[in-house]
Design a protein around this ligand. Sequence first.
Ligand code: ZN
Length: 335
Amino acid sequence: MKVAVLHAPLDLRLEEVPTPEMGSNDLLVKVVSAGICGTDLHFRHMGPRFPEKPMALGHEWAGEVIETGSNVTRFRVGDRVAYNSNNSPADMGRGGECGGFSNFVVLRDVDEQTQALCKLPDNVSYDHAALVEPISVGAHAVNRANPQPGESITLFGAGPIGLGIIMTLVGRGFHDIVVFELSPLRREMALNAGARAAFDPRRNPAQEILGELRGHGHIWGVPHPQTDIYFEASGAYGLLPEITRFCNKGSRIITIAIHRKPLELDGTKLMSKEITLIGSQGYPHEFPEVMDKIKRGEIDPEKMISHRFPFDQFLQAFEVADNANDAGKVVLQFH
Ligand SMILES: [Zn+2]
């Protein structure tokens, strides 16, 4: 079988390896679809997690069970499943034994991993099931924000996580979502996912636009644009301090982006504006709920897919995914 292995920064290879050996408590899955994640791109630039140990990549995947160990009771050959990476000790694609950019993956002691695999409803495709993972990241960010009916929302960054945030919010009945995003394609995808408006912040600074659209509150007589909740999903350096500078009193700011270096924040602004600053990572509980929403048609993962590539062309797929201006979610298909 073939597997994508990262040896060093930018040294990613498609290698031929033997199919993993199965034990009596294990499960073998044929991967059918996989999504390329920002984490995969990050690793590709940084190199393997443990520098001396080549690492198989890929944690967003769905596939079909093709073999079960004799002790396995919870799954059968033919089951369609998606991998819930946040609730599995296998650490697939992040330094564990297997990675999802591979023809086959093995899950060890699968009966004990009660949440590691989620069975697919009949009407959910493999391509869409592979994207439950990034949408769950967005759903968790929304849960952390705990939006209340009627609240206004501003999102910075409409990559796959940002799109997951928009789709989750729209599915819960929120429509006042204003997006700032550099890429024209991603702005288009944000609108298609249900955002009210999407702007290029270089031409339309958030502070101005939000004031025009939503009016201002006043702090000591100084106007501050209205927004109840900000999601920072871009990782743009300096944006968090910028939001805390112009936001209105009582704003909630959810940070869901990787920052490569520390930032300086104005503690007095945090204090005097009673800003709530909230971090969000992963999806401890959201995966099954997102799968269910896709089944019921409340979330459509198709809206975040910009490209599909056959697995053979995964290097090209990575190049496309790495160009944030011209890609949403890139899906690999295995035949
Ligand atoms: Zn991911």
